[in-house]
Design a protein around this ligand. Structure first.
Ligand code: ATP
Length: 266
């Protein structure tokens, strides 16, 4: 019964409606969604279903969210992991974890395996690189080559550093579809802000378009954070609605935070 429950928990209740902007990527992903939802149609035609998709681009732009939405749109099991989880001191441990991950994915197929920070295991192999990382990467390649037509499994990797990845990972039949997930433009920022203020009471002083204009360079994650921060500020000030001053304070806080972390970004 518990197993049944955890299976349920692995099915994200997230759809493409929760992902704002990124229209071209969503369109490309529709194809993958169709493969998963109607795999028989493709197999009958002798087509092979893609196994791996790679999202690359700066942090906080919605890569994890997109992967979850693919799982939500296909009612697939979502298996999250981060490349750093596989990096272990003892040889063979990372490889074993990869094996277990694919085992679980097969059992609960259709599945989306999401590997965040895939560069932690997938960076270029070289003669003096460590044995444990190479074994882990080799195991990932073996698993990706191994799963057969009867298992609908799509592996989605995410990285901020496409240039670091070993070519073996990018070969046809592995992560052969690359999608760049970049920071949102003004229109996308407006849409992201709309998603994240949907369930928040906004005062008439707020013009989302205007906020989108003055948040140039912000990622989706930062915009989500601003909307939440503005709500918290409004609560602290005992207001019944969020107004533009709350938003401005939230934006200032976010910029101050950025300057602290990296003085050169602004
Ligand atoms: P990282 O590279 O740091 O793992 P990421 O690209 O995977 O980041 P997410 O974890 O998907 O980014 O984004 C963090 C949060 O930011 C999301 O859960 C969501 O609330 C918000 N967000 C980011 N991009 C979008 C978007 N396009 N639409 C709506 N919300 C977004």
């Amino acid at each position: 019964k518990n197993e049944e429950k955890s299976k349920e928990n692995n099915k994200p209740d997230i759809s493409f409606d929760d992902v704002a902007g990124l229209d071209e990527i969503k369109e490309e992903l529709q194809e993958i969604i169709d493969f998963i939802n109607h795999s028989e149609k493709y197999l009958k035609m002798g087509a092979t279903i893609p196994k791996g998709v790679l999202f690359h681009g700066p942090p906080g732009t919605g890569k994890t969210l997109l992967a979850k939405a693919v799982a939500g749109e296909t009612n697939s099991t979502f298996l999250y992991s981060s490349g750093s989880e596989f990096v272990e001191k003892y040889v063979g441990v990372g490889a074993k974890r990869i094996r277990n991950l694919f085992e679980k994915a097969k059992k609960e197929a259709p599945s989306i395996i999401f590997i965040d920070e895939i560069d932690a295991i997938g960076s270029k192999r070289n003669s003096d690189s460590n044995n444990e990382k190479d074994q882990t990467l080799n195991q990932l390649l073996v698993e990706m080559d191994g799963f057969n037509k009867n298992n609908t499994i799509i592996v989605i990797g995410a990285t901020n550093r496409l240039d670091l990845l070993d070519e073996a990972l990018l070969r046809p039949g592995r992560f052969d579809r690359h999608m760049y997930v970049g920071n949102p433009n003004v229109k996308a920022r407006e849409e992201i802000l709309k998603v994240h203020t949907k369930n928040k009471p906004l005062d008439s002083s707020i013009d989302i378009k205007d906020i989108a204009k003055k948040t140039h360079g912000f990622s989706g994650a930062q915009l989500a954070n601003i909307a939440n921060e503005a709500a918290i500020i409004a609560v602290r000030k005992e207001k019944s609605k969020i107004d533009i001053n709350d938003f401005n304070s939230a934006i200032e806080r976010c910029i101050a935070g950025l300057e602290l972390k990296n003085p050169s970004v602004l």
